[in-house]
Design a protein around this ligand. Structure first.
Ligand code: PLP
Length: 447
């Protein structure tokens, strides 16, 4: 990649997240100037297919002018006010009513944040506050999963199970436990069916609860489908058994819907697709399709009732329910509804994309475990398909392929040696064909 003047200037003053900034200073960055539909455009005239919808977030696609109009009107009317001290405002009132309408039954309240990480941190404090409020203050331990991703704040990164993140900054904080992820391909025993494995993986939760004592456990937290962990889709038996275990031991079940929420899996929320009912779920990203920062914790009626007994919840953010973000999020949700975008993912583009990836990837020697639901997709690069032996130096091979995609103007992501895609939910069949034709060329070059 050639360095442009803008790239040099960027690296002179800007430290990038999740990047080796020393290496980046040499390689340069690609400067994205505009975007439209599923395409982003860099400052060298390249039109790039965004197979990741930004960071799994631009659900309605880029360039929707009506969101800009809404933002301008809201800024003219009320650019900022907060919801802390006995105040509210129309934008957040209207958004809350809309979110209660699209949420499954039993979810009538939301708590606003500015991002997915803030949603997770808020949830972590909220579940502990809930148990204290209902007279069970010993229930504080939160159980998550290895390779789960729940954000970058100290709370979220501790809740997540990314070992690379835990290695920096003194994480995880105390009071958090992790169990193994429900990754059938990599962890099943000889002859074990996906359904059998799903039950065994869920039972790891029960074992951990018994180990630490149910009276000490506040909640189990998991993404319906692990996103940044490599699009790990658990077998159908997993979540129902997890739900059973949580009920048996009186533990709150929390779904982190920051990626799966707002249509990614072909339902409004991932837990609807995966067949379970959480007590709380966290969202961000697709709530505004990334047009402005906003997150929301959906709190089930039982938890709300408990919290109401607990007096003041000493927690909140200056930008919680920000009027401009709320107005934009409301319009985004209306677009998802009015244009039947989620229905289309469920009925048309989701099944189409799944089938096309499977057909196209069948030819490759190093590609295995092709999987997907709705418009979230993953496959794994393996050294030996017969033995399921992975490549050495986890992540190196995935990154090499990701870089080939990048050079060929296709954004895909490598999560270790899992390659993932999560395009805007507005992608058409023709655009899926184009994305896959580009991907095919790149994998041929790689192999
Ligand atoms: N939770 C999940 C499941 C995520 O995938 C992410 C981000 O990718 C987060 C939380 C953190 O969201 P944010 O980056 O908006 O803080």
């Amino acid at each position: 990649m050639t360095q442009t003047a803008a790239s040099v200037q960027d690296m002179a003053h800007h430290l990038h997240p999740f990047s080796d900034n020393k290496q980046l200073k040499e390689s340069g960055v690609r400067v994205i100037e505009k975007a439209d539909g599923i395409y982003i455009y860099d400052n060298q005239g390249n039109k790039i297919i965004d197979g990741m919808a930004g960071l799994w977030c631009v659900n309605i696609g880029y360039g929707r002018k009506e969101l800009g109009d809404i933002a301008k009107n809201q800024m003219d009317e009320l650019a900022y006010y907060n919801t802390f001290f006995k105040t509210s405002h129309p934008a957040v009132i209207n958004l809350s009513a809309k979110l209660a309408e699209v949420a499954p039954a039993g979810f009538n309240h939301v708590f606003y944040t500015g991002s997915g990480s803030e949603s997770v941190d808020s949830m972590m404090r909220m579940v502990r506050h809930y148990w204290a409020s209902v007279g069970k203050p010993s229930k504080t331990i939160l159980i998550g999963r290895w390779n789960g991703y729940h954000g970058s704040t100290i709370g979220g990164a501790s809740m997540g199970g990314m070992k690379g993140m835990h290695a920096q900054g003194g994480l995880p904080i105390p009071g958090i436990e992790h169990i193994e992820q429900p990754w059938y391909y990599g962890l099943h025993n000889e002859g074990e069916t996906p359904e059998e494995f799903g039950l065994r993986a869920a039972n790891w939760l029960e074992e951990r609860i018994i180990e630490v004592g149910a009276d000490n456990v506040a909640a189990f937290v998991g993404e319906p489908i692990q996103g940044a962990g490599g699009v790990i889709i658990p077998p159908s038996t997993y979540w129902p058994r997890i739900q059973e275990i949580c009920q048996k031991y009186n533990i709150l079940l929390v779904a982190d819907e920051v990626i799966c929420g707002f249509g990614r899996t072909g339902s409004w929320f991932g837990h609807e697709t995966l067949g379970f009912k959480p007590d709380i779920f966290t969202t961000a990203k697709g709530l505004s399709s990334g047009y402005l920062p906003i997150g929301a914790v959906f709190v089930g009626d039982k938890v709300v009732e408990g919290i109401l007994q607990g007096g003041e919840f000493n927690h909140g953010f200056t930008y919680a329910g920000h009027p401009v973000s709320a107005a934009v999020a409301l319009k985004n949700v209306q677009i998802l509804q009015d244009e039947k975008i989620i229905q289309n993912v469920h009925d048309v583009t989701g099944p189409y994309m799944q089938q096309k990836w499977r057909e196209m990837l069948a030819q490759f020697k190093y590609v295995d475990d092709v999987r997907g639901v709705g418009l979230i997709q993953g496959f794994t690069l393996v050294k030996n398909k017969a033995t399921r032996e992975m490549f050495p130096n986890e992540g190196e091979t995935g990154t090499a392929l990701r870089d080939i995609f990048f050079r060929n103007n296709l954004i895909m992501r490598a999560c270790g040696d899992h390659i993932v895609a999560s395009p805007p939910l507005t992608i058409t069949k023709e655009e899926i064909d184009l994305m896959l034709a580009t991907a095919e060329k790149c994998i041929q070059e790689f192999e």
